[in-house]
Design a protein around this ligand. Structure first.
Ligand code: FES
Length: 141
C-alpha cells in the first residue's frame, strides 16, 4: 500500500536539491550510510516522497525494511524513528503526525514518523531506529 491519506492535513515538505547522506543506526547491527540522490526521488510509492521511510524502504542501497503497518499514510506509529542529527533540516511535524506519535513507545523530543519526516538535504542526518522495533527491521531484500 502507498499513496497519501485524504483525511489528514497535507504536510509541507521541501525536497533536497543536492545529494546528502543518511546514517541509519540500527539496534542490532552496524550503521548503514546511504546517499540520497534528489534526482531519483521519490524512490517508491510508500511514505511521503523523500521521507525517511521512502529512503529506507525504497532507496534500495540502505537495505532496510522499516516497519510501516499503515503503508506510510500517517495512520499508525510503527515507522517511529529518532532523528539524532539534522532534525533542523526536516519538515515540521503536523498535528496528525504528533497525534500518531503519541502511540509510539520510547518517545523522545527527536521522535518522528519515518513516513512523514522529509529532510531538505541542507545537512547530513542520522537516524536511530528504536530498539523496541528491532525485530521488525529486516536487512536485505
Ligand atoms: Fe504508518 Fe508511518 S507507516 S504512520
Amino acid at each position: 500500500m502507498g499513496g497519501t491519506n485524504p483525511y489528514i492535513e497535507k504536510p509541507a515538505a521541501e525536497l533536497p536539491r543536492k545529494p546528502y547522506k543518511v546514517t541509519f543506526h540500527r539496534p542490532d547491527g552496524p550503521a548503514i550510510v546511504f546517499e540520497v540522490d534528489p534526482a531519483k526521488l521519490p524512490y517508491g510509492p510508500t511514505g511521503l516522497p523523500g521521507s525517511i521511510l521512502d529512503i529506507a524502504l525504497n532507496g534500495g542501497a540502505a537495505g532496510l525494511d522499516l516497519e510501516h503497518a499503515c503503508g506510510g499514510v500517517c495512520a499508525c506509529s510503527t515507522c517511529h524513528v529518532k532523528v539524532v542529527k539534522g532534525l533542523e533540516s526536516c519538515n515540521e511535524p503536523t498535528d496528525d503526525e504528533l497525534d500518531q506519535l503519541e502511540e509510539a513507545p520510547d518517545l523522545s523530543l527527536n521522535s518522528r514518523l519515518g513516513c512523514q519526516c522529509v529532510p531538505n538535504g541542507s545537512t547530513d542526518i542520522e537516524i536511530e531506529i528504536p530498539a523496541w522495533n528491532k525485530n521488525l527491521v529486516k536487512e536485505g531484500h
